[in-house]
Design a protein around this ligand. Structure first.
Ligand SMILES: *[C@@H]1O[C@H](CO)[C@@H](O)[C@H](O)[C@H]1NC(C)=O
Ligand SMILES: *[C@@H]1O[C@H](CO)[C@@H](O)[C@H](O)[C@H]1NC(C)=O
Ligand SMILES: *[C@@H]1O[C@H](CO)[C@@H](O)[C@H](O)[C@H]1NC(C)=O
Ligand SMILES: *[C@@H]1O[C@H](CO)[C@@H](O)[C@H](O)[C@H]1NC(C)=O
Ligand SMILES: *[C@@H]1O[C@H](CO)[C@@H](O)[C@H](O)[C@H]1NC(C)=O
Ligand SMILES: *[C@@H]1O[C@H](CO)[C@@H](O)[C@H](O)[C@H]1NC(C)=O
Ligand SMILES: *[C@@H]1O[C@H](CO)[C@@H](O)[C@H](O)[C@H]1NC(C)=O
Ligand SMILES: *[C@@H]1O[C@H](CO)[C@@H](O)[C@H](O)[C@H]1NC(C)=O
Ligand SMILES: *[C@@H]1O[C@H](CO)[C@@H](O)[C@H](O)[C@H]1NC(C)=O
Ligand SMILES: *[C@@H]1O[C@H](CO)[C@@H](O)[C@H](O)[C@H]1NC(C)=O
Ligand SMILES: CC(=O)N[C@H]1CO[C@H](CO)[C@@H](O)[C@@H]1O
Ligand SMILES: [Cu+2]
Length: 812
C-alpha cells in the first residue's frame, strides 16, 4: 500500500462566493458572514418538483446533495431489478430443454448462463408509452447461454418473458430464440471459439509447445512458461483468431511477467511467436504450424532449434521491467509540486435533480434517462432540451483497437471490446481524480455467474465551469462576460490494458451536447525487431505498435418529431459574376445546400478543410425566419475512421469502421451496429453493419446516425508508462442550428455587465445571481479515498439478497 496513514487534510477553511451583485465596501467580510449563515442553513435531500419552472433554493456545500426528483416515466432502459434477475435465473434452471448447469459447477462440456439483463424495448412501443400515454412496454429479459455440451459449441441469445416486478409469470413466461435485432438469422446462435477452458488450452496445448523449447527460453530469457509457479514468462496471442478457409488458427507470443503489482505485461514482449491450427474441440487434432523469430519463419521446431544452435544465430535483447514501465511517481519532484493544486468546488451544492433509483437526471433545460448494459456500458435515452426530445438514444456501440506490425501478433490484433464488455469493466471511480470531488456518484450493475455485481460509484455527475467564459465583449464604456458552465455524466471502463473514459456533456449555454472519449492505461507494445514501419522505438527493445482506436456511437436523433432529414451545407470556392461587378467574375465562395436522400449515399466523411456542415433537420419545423430547425453534427477532435481497408482480421465484423458518419433509417430490427460475438465468426457475424444499407429513402423519416470517434495512435516515449488522457482524446459536438430564435445562453444569470469610464466603475449588473455563498472547508474538497471498495455482489441462484459480499476478481 502506498498510503501509510489515512489522508486527512487539516482544517484550512476558506470561503467561496458565487457572485456579488453590488459594489461592497468590504466584500471579504460579507462573504464570511454569509458563508457561515448559509452553511448553518444547509439541508440535505430536498425534493424538487418535476416542473422545471419551480426554482429550488440551493445553499449547501455538501457533495451528493442533489435535489431528489421523480422520473416522469418508468426508466424502460434501467435494467432488471434484483427480484426480476433472480426470478428469471431460477426459471431458466427449471427449463429442462436448456439443460443448464450452475456456473460455479459448469465445466467446459456443460451449458451455462452467461448473461441475464433487461432487453431494451422497441422504440415504437416506447414512444407510444412516452408520448401517447400508452402502456409501459412489456418487459423481457435478454439472456445469453453458453452451449458447451456439444462438439460445436455456441453462444445463444434468447428472450425470456414477459416478466414484471414480481418476476416471471408461471404459465405465461416463455423463452424464444432472439434474432430479430441481428442481421444474421440463425436462431440467435453464433459459434463459440472459446468453449474450451483456459486450463485445457494451456495445459494441453500452449505449455506443451513451450516445453519443446524450454532450453531456448531459458537461454534467451532465463525463464519458462510451463504452467509452474516459478514461470517468469506468459504466452498469449491474437484476437480475433484467424478464421479463414474453415480453419481456426492462433498466433501466440512470449511475454515477460511483471515482477511486481504493476500491470506492465503488455510492455514486455519478447519477439518469439508460434502458429497453431486449433480447429475443433479435440486437442489431439490440433496442429503446430511453426515459429517466427527476428523476421524468419521456421515451419518446424526442429528447423528453429537447428537455426538457434547454429553459430551466428542472432539472439535479440530482452525487455526488462523498470521504473520506465511503472505508473508511480518517478523522477525529481517539480518546483512547488508538493503543494496542493487548485480545486473546483460547488459552493451552492448540486444544481441538478436526480431520481437515483430510476436514473433520471434533470439539469437546467436538459433531462435524460441513463441506461446501462453489459456489452456497451453507459447510454443516454430520451434526451430532452427545453421539453422537446432531441435524441431518443445516444451511446457507444463498439470499440475497435486495430493494430498492425511486421510480426503476426500485432498484425493479427483487432480487439472488438464489446466482446469483453464495457459494463463489467466500469470500475469504481476515484473521487477527486476521475471526477471532481463534489460530483454525485451512482452505482452500476451487471450479471455474472448467477450473481449481480455492482460497481459502486461507477458513474459520476457534476457541473463544471470552464476556465474560459462562454461569451464576452468590451467597449469603451462596458464589458460583458458569461460563465461557461456545463454538466457531465461520465464512466471509465478498463478493458484489459486500456482505460476508456466516456463523457457526455450538456451546455446550458447554447444547448449543445458533447460526446467525448479519452484513452489511458498501458499500451500494447510490439517487440522492436523489424517493426520500423509500424511504430517508433520507445524503449530498449520496444516498439510502440501503431493502432487505430475506432469507437462507434449511435445517435438516434428525433428533432421535433421522428421525421427528420440530414442537410449538407458545403462551403465552396467559386468564380462568380454579379449584376454589379461590371461583367467581371469575382473569386469568392458560396454555399451548396443539399440533403442526404437515400441509404445509397449515406456513408460519409467529414470532408476536407472542415468545409462541410452536416445537420439533422426537420423540414416540417421552421423557425421564425423560415429556416429548418435542427442540430448540427460536428467533430470537435479525432472523429476518424479505420485506416485499414477490408481488414483481414475483421472481414465483415466491423463494417461500421471505415466511414466517419453513416445514416440509416431507424428500425427496431437494427438497434445496434455490432454484436458482442462478432469476433467469433468474422466472415458471417451476427450483425453485419453493411446489411443496414439497403437503399431506403432518408427524406423526412426516422433517422439514426452512426458516428465514429477515435485516435490514430502511434505511441511514442511519452506513452510510457501510460498513455495520457490529454492527448488520446476525441470528441463530437451536437449543437442547435437555427433551432431557436436566438442564443439561449442569454437566459443565464451567471453573467455580468460592468459599466465603467473615467477610471471609475458606475455599475456592476449581475442579473439577480444568488449572492449566496458558504463556508467551504478544505476537507470535503479532498475526498477520503479509504472509502474505495470495489464491487459488491449479490447471489441470484440461490437468491440471497441479504448477504452481499465484496469481490473484485470474479469478473469475466
Ligand atoms: C409532474 O409529475 C406529476 C405527477 O407525477 C405529473 O402529473 C405531471 O404531468 C408531471 N409534469 C411534467 C411536466 O412532467
Ligand atoms: C445435458 O448436459 C450434459 C452436460 O452438462 C450432457 O452430458 C448431456 O448430454 C446433456 N443432455 C442433453 C439431453 O443434451
Ligand atoms: C420488436 O420489433 C421486432 C421487429 O418488428 C419484432 O420482431 C419484435 O417482436 C418486437 N419485440 C417486442 C418485444 O415487441
Ligand atoms: C405480475 O403479473 C402477474 C400475472 O399477471 C400478476 O399477478 C402480478 O400482480 C404482477 N405483479 C406486479 C408487481 O405487477
Ligand atoms: C413459479 O414457479 C417457481 C418454480 O418453478 C416457484 O418457485 C415460484 O414460487 C412460482 N412463482 C409464482 C408467482 O407462482
Ligand atoms: C520450476 O519449478 C519446477 C517444478 O515446479 C522445477 O522442475 C523447475 O526446476 C523450476 N525451474 C526453475 C528455473 O527454478
Ligand atoms: C450504491 O450501492 C451501495 C451499496 O449497496 C449503497 O449503499 C448506495 O446507496 C448505492 N448508491 C446509490 C446512489 O444508489
Ligand atoms: C412521417 O412521415 C410519413 C410519410 O410522410 C408519415 O406517414 C408519418 O405520419 C410521419 N410521422 C410522423 C410521426 O409525423
Ligand atoms: C424520398 O421520398 C421523398 C418524399 O416521399 C421523395 O420526394 C423523394 O423523391 C424520395 N427520394 C428517393 C431518392 O427516392
Ligand atoms: C472618478 O472617481 C474619482 C475619485 O472618486 C473622482 O475624483 C472622479 O471625478 C470620478 N470621475 C468620474 C468621471 O466620475
Ligand atoms: C536492438 C536493440 O536495441 N537491442 C537492445 C535491447 O536491449 C538491450 C538492453 O536491455 C540493449 O543492449 C540492446 O542493444
Ligand atoms: Cu492506443
Amino acid at each position: 500500500m502506498k498510503f501509510s496513514s489515512r489522508l486527512l487534510l487539516a482544517a484550512s477553511i476558506f470561503y467561496v462566493h458565487s457572485a456579488l451583485s453590488a459594489p461592497s465596501p468590504d466584500p471579504k467580510a460579507a462573504w464570511v458572514r454569509q458563508g457561515r449563515a448559509r452553511k448553518a442553513a444547509s439541508k440535505i435531500g430536498r425534493r424538487w418538483s418535476n416542473e422545471t419552472s419551480v426554482p429550488p433554493i440551493l445553499n449547501s456545500c455538501s457533495d451528493s446533495d442533489y435535489t431528489k426528483t421523480l422520473a416522469p416515466k418508468v426508466n424502460v432502459w434501467g435494467g432488471l431489478t434484483d427480484v426480476e434477475a433472480a426470478s428469471v435465473t431460477q426459471w431458466l434452471f427449471a427449463q429442462p430443454e436448456l439443460n443448464l448447469t450452475v456456473s460455479d459447477d459448469a465445466g467446459e462440456w456443460d451449458n451455462s448462463i452467461l448473461l441475464v439483463e433487461l432487453m431494451h424495448p422497441n422504440k415504437t412501443d416506447v414512444l407510444n408509452y412516452l408520448d401517447n400515454a400508452g402502456p409501459a412496454p412489456t418487459r423481457f429479459a435478454h439472456v445469453v447461454l453458453s452451449h458447451r455440451a456439444s462438439e460445436e459449441p455456441t453462444y445463444e441469445d434468447i428472450l425470456v418473458g414477459p416478466i414484471n416486478a414480481s418476476g416471471v409469470r408461471n404459465g405465461t413466461t416463455t423463452w424464444q430464440p432472439l434474432d430479430y435485432p441481428y442481421t444474421r438469422k440463425t436462431a440467435g446462435r453464433v459459434r463459440n471459439l472459446d468453449a474450451d477452458s483456459e486450463d485445457t488450452l494451456y495445459s494441453q496445448w500452449i505449455y506443451k509447445i513451450s516445453a519443446t523449447i524450454s532450453d531456448i527460453t531459458l537461454d534467451l530469457w532465463q525463464g519458462t512458461a510451463l504452467g509452474h509457479d516459478n514461470d517468469t514468462l506468459s504466452i498469449w496471442g491474437i484476437d480475433p483468431l484467424w478464421q479463414d478457409d474453415g480453419r481456426i488458427v492462433r498466433w501466440d507470443a512470449f511475454w515477460s511477467n511483471p515482477v511486481d503489482q504493476f500491470d506492465t505485461q503488455t510492455l514486455l514482449p519478447l519477439g518469439l511467436y508460434f502458429r497453431s491450427d486449433v480447429t475443433g474441440r479435440d486437442p489431439s487434432q490440433w496442429k503446430f504450424e511453426g515459429w517466427y523469430y527476428n523476421g524468419i519463419f521456421y515451419e518446424t521446431t526442429d528447423a528453429f532449434r537447428n537455426a538457434y544452435y547454429t553459430a551466428g544465430f542472432e539472439k535479440l535483447g530482452v525487455n526488462v521491467e523498470g521504473d520506465w514501465a511503472r505508473s508511480d511517481q518517478n523522477g525529481p519532484v517539480l518546483p512547488l509540486d508538493t503543494a496542493h493544486p487548485p480545486v473546483s468546488v460547488a459552493p451552492s451544492g448540486a444544481r441538478y435533480a436526480v431520481d437515483a433509483e430510476s436514473k433520471w437526471i434533470q439539469w437546467m433545460d436538459f433531462s435524460f434517462f441513463v441506461g446501462y448494459q453489459r456489452d456497451t456500458g453507459l447510454s443516454l435515452w430520451d434526451i430532452r432540451y427545453k421539453g422537446e426530445r432531441v435524441l431518443y438514444e445516444l451511446g457507444l456501440q463498439e470499440a475497435l483497437a486495430h493494430y498492425a506490425g511486421q510480426d503476426p501478433l500485432q498484425s493479427g490484433t483487432a480487439y472488438l471490446d464489446s466482446y469483453y464488455g464495457f459494463g463489467p469493466y466500469a470500475f469504481e471511480l476515484v473521487k477527486g481524480y476521475d471526477c471532481p470531488a463534489y460530483a454525485t456518484y451512482l452505482n452500476t450493475s451487471f450479471y455474472v455467474s448467477e450473481t449481480t455485481h455492482t460497481h459502486l460509484n461507477s458513474l459520476c455527475l457534476f457541473e463544471y465551469t470552464a476556465d474560459y467564459p462562454l461569451q464576452r465583449h468590451s467597449t469603451s464604456d462596458y464589458v460583458s462576460a458569461t460563465k461557461n458552465t456545463y454538466f457531465t455524466i461520465r464512466s471509465v471502463s478498463t478493458v484489459g490494458n486500456y482505460d476508456y473514459m466516456f463523457s457526455y456533456s450538456f451546455y446550458m449555454a447554447d444547448g449543445s451536447i458533447n460526446v467525448e472519449v479519452r484513452a489511458s492505461g498501458y499500451i500494447q507494445s510490439a517487440y522492436y525487431a523489424n517493426n520500423e514501419e509500424y511504430g517508433y522505438k520507445i524503449h530498449d527493445n520496444l516498439s510502440g505498435s501503431m493502432h487505430d482506436h475506432i469507437l462507434n456511437f449511435k445517435a438516434d436523433f428525433d428533432i421535433l418529431g421522428t421525421n427528420n432529414t440530414v442537410a449538407v451545407v458545403n462551403q465552396v470556392p467559386v468564380s462568380q459574376t454579379y449584376p454589379w461587378s461590371n461583367g467581371k467574375a469575382r473569386n469568392t465562395m458560396k454555399l451548396e445546400k443539399s440533403y442526404i436522400d437515400s441509404e445509397d449515399r449515406s456513408r460519409l466523411f467529414w470532408g476536407a478543410n472542415s468545409a462541410t456542415q452536416y445537420s439533422v433537420i426537420n423540414k416540417d419545423a421552421v423557425n421564425a425566419y423560415g429556416e429548418y430547425r435542427g442540430y448540427r453534427i460536428a467533430p470537435s477532435l479525432g472523429a476518424i475512421h479505420l485506416t485499414v481497408e477490408d481488414s483481414s482480421n475483421l472481414v465483415s465484423s466491423a463494417r461500421w469502421a471505415n466511414h466517419d458518419l453513416q445514416i440509416t433509417k431507424q428500425h427496431d430490427t437494427e438497434p445496434r451496429a455490432a454484436h458482442a460475438y462478432n469476433n467469433q465468426d468474422v466472415h458471417n457475424p451476427p450483425i453485419n453493419f453493411d446489411a443496414f444499407f439497403n437503399s431506403e429513402n432518408l427524406t423526412q423519416t426516422d433517422l439514426v446516425l452512426w458516428l465514429n470517434l477515435g485516435m490514430h495512435h502511434i505511441p511514442h516515449t511519452g506513452d510510457l508508462a501510460n498513455t495520457v488522457f490529454s492527448t488520446a482524446h476525441a470528441g463530437l459536438s451536437f449543437s442547435p442550428l437555427n433551432y431557436l430564435n436566438g442564443d439561449p445562453s442569454r437566459q443565464t444569470v451567471n453573467q455580468v455587465r460592468i459599466n465603467y469610464g473615467g477610471g471609475n466603475t458606475s455599475q456592476v449588473e449581475t442579473f439577480g445571481q444568488q449572492q449566496g455563498s458558504c463556508a467551504v472547508e478544505y476537507t470535503p474538497a479532498e475526498v477520503d479515498l479509504w472509502g474505495y471498495k470495489g464491487d459488491v455482489v449479490v447471489r441470484k441462484f440461490p437468491f440471497d439478497p441479504n448477504n452481499p459480499f465484496y469481490q473484485t476478481d470474479g469478473i469475466v
